[in-house]
Design a protein around this ligand. Structure first.
Ligand code: FAD
Length: 595
C-alpha cells in the first residue's frame, strides 16, 4: 500500500502564485514569518505527518476507538504517542498569533500544514481541528480571564476542544435545540441535556477537554436568537489551570460509522447528576452569532479535508496504475502487456482527479488568503472587501471540495478495478472516510442555500459580478500560448453570470431548487480561473529558464489547466438549465409525486 507523499511543490507553487504569500508576509501580523523559510516549513511538516500520522491511518480504520464500561474512550494503538509528538513539535499552534502563544504563520500557510495532517490521517486530524475551532471562538468572544485560563493549554495542544451543537431533533435546524442552562448563584450555569455526534467528545489523548456547548437559558427567546454558548470543561480547572473535579458531562455511547473509525463520535450526556458546570462565553443569547464568526475557518477546514483525502487516494491510484499490467497498446508486440496508466480511459480518470485536486487546493488556499487579509490588512476598505470575498468563497470551498472528493476517491477506487473494492488495498477507506465531509459542518445542501440566500445577494450580487469580472480579465489578458484556455473560461464566466442574475431575480423556492447546481457551476468557474492563473505563472517560470523536473512539473500545470477548461468546465456549464429549471419542476413538486 502506498505511503503519503506530501505535494510540497504544488503547495509552494499555490502559496506563491495564487496566495502571494510574500505580500502576506509584509503584514504586521505575520512579522515572525519569513517567506524564504516556506520550503523548510513545508518539508518539515510533510516529514512529520507522513512519518508519524500517515502510518496510523489503516490501523485506526481496522482498530476503531472504543468506549469502555466506565465511559472512558480508548483510542487506537499509536494514536496517543502520535498526538503527543504533534503537541511537542508545536504544529497545532503554528498558524495562531503570538498573542495566544502561536507561531504567527498566515492562515494560508497553516492550511498547507493542515492539508498534510488531514491527508495523512483524517480521523486523527479531527481532534486538533476541533480544538482549532474552539480556540478561534474563545479568542474572539470569551473574557480576558477565560482566555488566560483556556487558550494557552488549547493552543499548546495540552487540552483539546469539542463543539456540542447537534441534538437528536436539532441538526441542520440548530434553532430547535433544547439543552437547558440554568443560572447558578456564583455566576456559572448548570447544563442539562443530550448532544449527539460529538467528534472526539471523549478520548485518552489529552489531560482535559474543553467542550463548547450550545444551550438555552430558561427565559431565552425561541429559535436561534435564544441560544447561548458555554464552556463546559471535562475537568474543572482552577485559575492556575490545575485540574480539579470531574464535571457532570459523560460519553454514554459512541457511533459505529461508515468511516473515520478512529474518531470517536460520541453521544454526550450533560447533567445526569447536579448539572454540568458551564461558563457563558460573551453574552447570553449570542451563541449562534459567535459560532458564525468562526464558521469560515471551520468550513474551509472541512473543504480542505476533501482536498487532502482526495490527493492521498489519487497518489495510491496513480501508483497502482503504473504497476498493474493489463491489455496492450496498439502497435506493441503480441503478448507485451501495458501498465494500465497507458490506457486513455485510465488516463482520463487520473487526470480528472489531478485537475480537480489542484483546482480545489487553489480555491481553499485562495479562500484562506482572503481570510488573512480580512483579519489583518491595515486598510479597512481592503479588510471589508476581503471579508466579503471570504464569505462568498467559503461555501464553495466546503461543498465543492467535499462533493468532488467523494467523486474523485470513487474514481481512485475505480482505477484499482476489483482490488479497489477489497479493503486490504486501502482505496475503499478513502471513500468511506471522506463521505462525512459533505455532511458535517453544515451539509452541502445547507452550503448551497447559504450561497444563494446570503452570499449572492450581498450588494445586489455585486460581489459575484466583481469576481466574474476578474475571471474575464484573466481570460482576456492570456498570452497567445495559452489561448486555448480563453474561450472556455470566458463562456463559463458568462454562464455563471446569467445564472447568478436569474437566481437574484427569482428568490424563494425557485432559487433554492437551483442552489446546489449553481454552487457547483460557480465553484467550477473559480477553480478553472485559478488553474488558468497557475498555468500563466507556470509559463512565465518556464520562459524564465526552469529546467529538468521543475520544468516538467510546470508543463504539467499547463496541461492540467487545459484539461480542466476543455473537459471538466463544460460539464459544469451544462448545469445551467438545472439552476434555472428548478422553478419549473422542483419548486412545484409535491411530496406525493415522489412516491
Ligand atoms: C461523524 C459525524 C461527526 C459529527 N461531529 C459533530 C460535532 O463534533 N459537533 C456537532 O455538534 N455535530 C456534529 N455532527 C453533526 C452534523 O453536523 C449533522 O449531522 C449535520 O449538521 C446534519 O444534521 P442532521 O444529521 O440532523 O441532518 P438533517 O438536518 O436532518 O438533514 C437531513 C437532510 O436534509 C437536508 N436539509 C435539512 N434542512 C434543510 C433545509 N432547511 N433546506 C434544505 N435541505 C435541508 C440536509 O441537507 C440533509 O441532506 C457530526 C455528524 C457526524 C455523522
Amino acid at each position: 500500500m502506498s505511503t503519503y507523499r506530501p505535494p510540497l511543490q504544488d503547495m509552494q507553487f499555490v502559496l506563491e502564485h495564487i496566495c502571494d504569500v510574500r505580500s502576506l508576509a509584509k503584514l504586521e501580523a505575520f512579522q515572525s514569518f519569513d517567506p524564504d523559510s516556506l520550503e523548510d516549513i513545508l518539508t518539515e511538516a510533510g516529514r512529520f505527518f507522513s512519518e508519524v500520522f500517515a502510518p496510523l491511518n489503516r490501523i485506526g480504520d481496522s482498530t476503531p476507538s472504543i468506549r469502555n464500561d466506565d465511559g472512558t474512550v480508548t483510542t487506537p494503538p499509536g494514536f496517543r504517542d502520535a498526538y503527543e509528538a504533534y503537541v511537542e513539535a508545536g504544529w497545532g499552534s503554528a498558524a495562531f498569533g503570538p498573542e495566544v502563544g502561536g507561531g504567527g504563520l498566515p492562515w494560508a500557510v497553516g492550511l498547507a500544514l493542515q492539508e498534510m495532517m488531514t491527508a495523512s490521517n483524517l480521523a486523527l486530524s479531527l481532534c486538533p481541528l476541533l480544538t482549532q475551532g474552539g480556540i478561534h471562538l474563545l479568542a474572539l468572544h470569551s473574557s480576558a480571564a477565560q482566555r488566560a485560563k483556556y487558550l494557552p493549554k488549547l493552543v499548546a495542544g495540552d487540552w483539546t476542544a469539542t463543539m456540542l451543537l447537534t441534538e437528536p431533533h436539532a441538526g441542520s435546524d440548530l434553532g430547535a435545540l433544547s439543552t437547558r442552562a440554568e443560572r447558578a448563584d456564583d455566576g456559572s450555569y448548570r447544563l442539562f441535556g443530550q448532544k449527539i455526534f460529538i467528534t472526539w467528545g471523549e478520548h485518552d489523548m489529552a489531560d482535559n477537554t474543553i467542550h463548547l456547548v450550545l444551550a438555552r437559558t430558561p427565559d431565552a427567546p425561541a429559535g436561534s436568537r435564544g441560544i447561548s454558548c458555554f464552556i463546559v470543561p471535562k475537568y474543572l480547572p482552577d485559575a492556575s489551570g490545575s485540574l480539579g473535579e470531574r464535571n457532570d458531562i459523560t460519553c454514554v455511547s459512541i457511533e459505529h460509522k461508515l468511516g473515520i473509525h478512529a474518531s470517536p463520535t460520541c453521544v454526550m450526556s450533560l447533567g445526569e447528576r447536579d448539572g454540568a458546570v458551564g461558563y457563558v462565553v460573551g453574552e447570553e443569547n449570542m451563541g449562534m452569532v459567535y459560532m458564525f464568526t468562526m464558521m469560515n475557518n471551520a468550513r474551509l477546514g472541512v473543504g480542505l479535508e476533501g482536498v487532502g483525502v482526495a490527493d492521498r487516494a489519487y497518489q495510491q491510484a496513480l501508483d497502482h496504475a503504473c504497476e498493474r499490467l493489463q491489455g496492450r497498446r496498439p502497435g506493441t508486440a503480441a503478448g507485451a502487456r501495458a501498465p494500465i496508466v497507458e490506457h486513455p480511459d485510465v488516463q482520463r480518470m487520473l487526470l480528472t482527479q489531478k485537475a480537480y485536486i489542484e483546482a480545489m487546493r487553489c480555491l481553499c488556499y485562495f479562500n484562506a488568503t482572503a481570510l488573512d487579509l480580512a483579519q489583518h490588512h491595515p486598510d479597512e476598505t481592503e479588510r471589508r472587501a476581503a471579508q466579503e470575498l471570504c464569505d462568498l468563497l467559503t461555501p464553495l470551498s466546503k461543498a465543492w471540495c467535499t462533493d468532488l472528493a467523494n467523486e474523485t476517491t470513487s474514481l481512485a477506487l475505480q482505477v484499482h478495478g476489483g482490488m479497489g473494492y477489497v479493503e486490504e488495498t486501502g482505496a475503499a477507506q478513502y471513500c468511506r472516510d471522506v463521505r462525512i465531509a459533505a455532511i458535517y459542518e453544515g451539509t452541502n445542501g445547507i452550503q448551497a442555500i447559504d450561497l444563494v440566500g446570503r452570499k449572492l445577494p450581498v450588494r445586489g450580487g455585486a460581489i459575484v459580478h466583481e469576481l466574474l469580472d476578474s475571471v474575464e480579465s484573466t481570460a482576456e489578458a492570456l498570452h497567445d500560448d495559452l489561448s486555448a484556455l480563453r474561450a472556455p473560461l470566458t463562456e463559463a464566466a458568462a454562464a455563471a453570470r446569467s445564472c447568478s442574475d436569474w437566481l437574484l431575480a427569482h428568490p424563494g423556492d425557485a432559487a433554492l431548487a437551483g442552489a446546489a447546481p449553481y454552487l457547483r457551476l460557480l465553484a467550477s468557474v473559480v477553480g478553472a480561473w485559478l488553474l488558468v492563473r497557475s498555468a500563466e505563472a507556470a509559463r512565465a517560470e518556464i520562459i524564465a529558464g526552469a529546467t529538468g523536473a521543475e520544468a516538467d512539473a510546470l508543463e504539467a500545470k499547463i496541461v492540467t489547466a487545459e484539461f480542466f477548461c476543455r473537459q471538466l468546465l463544460p460539464q459544469a456549464m451544462s448545469l445551467a438549465p438545472a439552476v434555472t429549471g428548478g422553478a419549473g419542476i422542483l419548486a412545484t413538486l409535491s411530496p406525493a409525486q415522489l412516491r
